[in-house]
Design a protein around this ligand. Structure first.
Ligand code: ARG
Ligand code: ZN
Length: 876
């Protein structure tokens, strides 16, 4: 077998044949579903008469094929494992086909599959070709009419996109429903659901006064977990009307929860399908973080109705056109309805840990890749989150008002079309008159730009000279990088006044907070009339997705921590201060020298804990130390043990020095109110729980008693899970074991809670974790076929830095074993699971060898194209 080959953006050709209307009939059966398709096809005016019709199709058994009602003989077409080619077709015709597929044996969860006995689909990006022969590409857009036939007992509910237009009963206990979607769409937005489901229903009146029926379909036992998703949906619909002027365009909007799902959710037209973890919540089963996650994913999928469905992507290289824009939209939505600074802090903190690592590794790729082997490998942090940062920079460059005009123009001009990133950025340039040609490099250049900054205060002339130098490291296939257009939002904070000083640049007064534009390799900005020595506050609100280096002293950072007017940079100053202290401690650990805690960090924390900061949510973030993964990102060679030891030392030192303050914060922020996922309550819980974490790092009697009491009170999942995690991660198995057992028995019936039970155990720092993972993989609640379970157990284990990176290599071997098994069952999940092994270059020589050996072992297998692509890049 030859190696899978990449496709290239530069090879794009418009489709020679368009499908304008698609009629499908599904006769459902677990092992032998029949799919009849009737496609209305037209040759494009510019295509040659002799152009063959090439359709995609995989894992299909063809039973019949006809053009304009005439059956085709076997000699009239050619079949391969991936295509159906008809060499000669008329300029306009109907193509009828009938194929057979087996949903119950579809473990890849792409195309039509069964989850808990219920039928559902996932077609993005290229799953529709597992349903019928079709030009499976997003620039082929058709109206759809779909009839679903099922067993009236087993599948009382039969759903597809659009509006139901017909239904009836058939012979031998079967029934059918016919659906019509009037909006032309690419086949990746097709969806079908059939099973024994129950719904909750609500209504939304759109801004033009139309009534939309909202339905959330779940299994009976989950009916009490739908309120929050429904409320989130209505808030998202209102927000998109008010913020972007976008109204919903069908009479019915449905969301379905399924247990087996590769990703979070999917924006199929009028019929969003969700991983149950991304939609179901209840105070007793879901944490605050889960509630917020559901809110943002419900919004994200809803927002796709415009940014993705009405205006879609021309080809999959343009994926970030819809994903980057939609993530930006959902981030703004969450910021608007919760705490904006906290949302930004959490997003950036995740971004700088995970996306920066991706950008620095062997799978680094631009926001718009120029080639890929397997598109499902490109649903990445770069396409989604970096794409969102790029759109955010556009918003900041244009200002909201012009950005909104650009967005209006984009939706108006390209409604009903499949377009490119140039089309989107072109609208922004057109409405603003800003030249965005250099800015376009953000889409084509991979890697994280680094800015080396330094500044000097000239007392005599009252000037501040700020020099910024940019460089982007080489990434695979891109040895040389061009300078980017980087907007740097900044202020100068006066060291005497503690206030932002007015910025005057080349005679122009810019105000106290301004954006300067770094466009060359190196630029010096001279600020005049600077009356006192300042500390610069750079890259406020993380105005560009870059690494900024500035030689701040610890005194500078302590000063910014209390004086910066930008909440994000106040938090970031704290992170930088903690990182400097952690650096010293990591070095001390490596050199076997006694560790000494930096008193400046202790004092900074004391100030935070005793100041009456009104934003408790921000305070909780400021009290959170950089994660081991983020600390690792800062190290040239990652020393997992030294990082863990240093961070534990800081936690314990802070807890010992500030024990009374933490106890006071803990007690002040307890509440007996009924649980609600409101920003106020969430902030209180985060603050209380971060205090409890510090206290439990010393494990004294009072702290342990508080933790046990919080677990026993069983007030809500946020508090219970946090207390359980601290008990399980403590060094006291007499605390850990009974709590784990009680929790596991109480929730044995609830798969989403059992996911949490798995994750908590395999995230503990104690060395028994590897054996525990193996043991839990045999647990009745675990299944390798369920992606949530794989993520909760195996994925979480690979994030457990000290245990995954054991020096005997058994952590790596375990992951490789699971990848090899999943490669056959679910290639998309298998390929994703490899990620931690692809980062081998970051570790010491011994670990590098062990990690590479596992990658080599995977490579010996007959691989799916998904796993092949990742392993190939990782070993290149
Ligand atoms: N478009 C979906 C979303 O971001 C994700 C689809 C992912 N599909 C896949 N095969 N990975 O909302
Ligand atoms: Zn999306």
């Amino acid at each position: 077998m030859s190696d899978p080959q990449p496709v290239y953006l530069s090879d794009y050709q418009p489709p020679a044949y368009q499908v304008t209307h698609t009629e499908l009939t599904f006769d459902l059966d677990p092992t032998a579903t029949r799919v009849k398709a009737r496609l209305t096809v037209e040759r494009h005016a510019s295509a040659e008469q002799t152009t063959p019709l090439v359709l995609n199709g995989e894992h299909l058994t063809l039973h019949a094929l006809a053009i304009n009602g005439q059956a085709l003989a076997e000699a009239d077409y050619q079949l391969t494992d991936e295509t159906l080619t008809i060499p000669s077709v008329p300029a306009a015709f109907t193509l009828e086909s009938e194929v057979e597929i087996s949903p119950s044996s579809n473990t890849a969860l792409e195309g039509l599959y069964q989850s808990n006995g219920m039928y559902c689909t996932q077609c993005e990006a290229e799953g529709f070709r597992r349903i019928t022969y079709y030009p499976d590409r997003p620039d082929v857009m058709a109206t759809f009419k779909v009839t679903v036939i099922g067993d009236a007992q087993r599948e009382p509910v039969l759903l597809a996109n659009g509006n139901p237009v017909d239904q009836g009963t058939l012979e031998s206990g079967r029934h059918f429903v016919t659906w019509e979607d009037p909006h032309p769409k690419p086949c990746y937005l097709f969806a079908l659901v059939a099973g024994d489901l129950t719904k909750v229903e609500d209504h939304f009146t759109t801004m033009s006064g139309r009534n939309v029926t909202l339905q959330l379909w779940v299994e009976q036992e989950n009916l009490d977990k739908t309120d929050h998703a429904m409320a989130s949906l209505k808030r998202a619909m209102t927000w998109d009307e008010e913020t972007y002027g976008r109204e919903y365009d069908l009479d019915l909007f449905m969301i379905v929860a399924v247990n087996d799902f590769n990703m979070g959710a999917m924006e199929n037209k009028g019929l969003n399908i969700f991983n149950s973890a991304a939609v179901l919540t209840h105070p007793n089963t879901a944490t605050d973080a889960a509630f917020q996650n559901v809110e943002s994913i419900v919004a994200h999928e809803y927002f796709h109705n415009w940014s993705g469905n009405r205006v879609t992507c021309r080809d999959w290289f343009q994926l970030s056109l819809k994903e980057g824009f939609t993530v930006f939209r959902d981030q703004c939505f969450s910021a608007d309805i919760n705490s904006a600074p906290v949302k930004r802090i959490q997003d950036v903190s995740f971004f700088r840990t995970a996306q920066f690592a991706e950008d620095a590794g062997p799978t680094a790729h631009p926001v718009r890749p120029d080639h890929y082997i397997e598109i499902t490998n490109f649903y990445t942090l770069t396409i989604y989150e970096k794409g969102a940062e790029v759109v955010r920079m556009l918003r900041n460059l244009l200002g909201w008002e012009a950005f909104r005009r650009g967005s209006d123009l984009y939706f108006e001009r390209f409604d009903g079309q499949a377009v490119t990133i140039e089309d989107f950025v072109g609208c922004m340039a057109e409405v603003s008159g800003i030249d965005l040609s250099q800015f376009m490099r953000w889409y084509s250049q991979a890697g994280t730009p680094e800015i080396d900054a330094h500044g000097e205060y000239d007392y005599a002339n009252a000037e501040y000279h700020l020099t910024l130098r940019q460089r982007t490291p080489a990434t695979p296939g891109q040895p040389d990088k061009q300078p980017l257009h980087i907007p740097v939002r900044m202020g100068l904070v006066g060291t005497k006044s503690g206030q932002d000083l007015t910025l005057t640049l080349e005679g122009e007064k810019l105000g106290k907070d301004a954006v300067i534009h770094l466009t060359d390799d190196e630029q010096t900005f001279i600020f005049t009339d600077v009356a006192e020595a300042p500390v610069p506050s750079l890259l406020r609100d993380f105005s560009a997705p870059v690494k900024l280096h500035f030689p701040y002293s610890r005194e500078d950072l302590a000063f910014l921590l209390t004086h910066d007017s930008d909440g994000f940079n106040r938090w970031d100053a704290g992170q930088r201060l903690a990182l400097l202290a952690l650096d010293d401690l990591i070095a001390a650990h490596r050199n076997g020298v006694e560790k000494v805690m930096d008193s400046r960090v202790v004092e900074a924390f004391r100030t935070l804990l005793t100041s009456s900061m009104d934003d408790k949510a921000v305070l909780a973030e400021m009290l959170t130390l950089p994660s081991e993964a983020y600390i690792a990102e800062q190290q040239p060679i990652v020393d997992v043990d030294a990082i863990h030891a240093a961070r534990e030392f800081v936690r314990q030192s802070l807890a010992q020095a500030l024990r009374d303050e933490f106890i006071a914060v803990y007690k002040e922020n307890g509440t007996d109110e009924a649980y609600a996922p409101t920003p106020e309550q969430i902030a209180q819980r985060s603050l209380k729980n971060i205090a409890l974490s510090y206290l439990m790092s010393i494990e004294d009697d009072e702290s342990v008693a508080l933790c046990e009491a919080q677990f026993a009170a069983d007030h809500n999942m946020t508090d219970v899970r946090h207390a359980l995690t601290l008990l399980v991660h403590s060094d006291r198995d007499d605390l850990a074991n009974p709590a784990l057992k009680a929790f596991g028995e109480k929730w044995a019936h609830d798969p989403l809670v059992m996911d949490q039970w798995f994750t908590i155990q395999v995230s503990r720092p104690q060395p028994d974790v590897l054996e525990r993972v193996k043991y839990l993989m045999q647990h009745p609640a675990f299944s390798i076929k369920n992606p949530n379970k794989v993520r909760a157990l195996v994925g979480a284990f690979a994030q457990n830095r000290v245990n995954f990176h054991r020096l005997d290599g058994k952590g790596y071997a375990l992951l490789a074993d699971v990848v090899i098994e999943l490669n056959r069952l679910n290639p998309e999940i298998a390929a994703r699971l490899i990620t931690p092994l692809t980062r081998w270059q970051r570790f010491d020589e011994a670990r590098q060898q062990l990690m590479r050996a596992e990658l080599e072992r995977i490579k010996q297998e007959p691989l799916s194209s998904n796993v092949f692509e990742v392993v190939e890049k990782a070993l290149a």
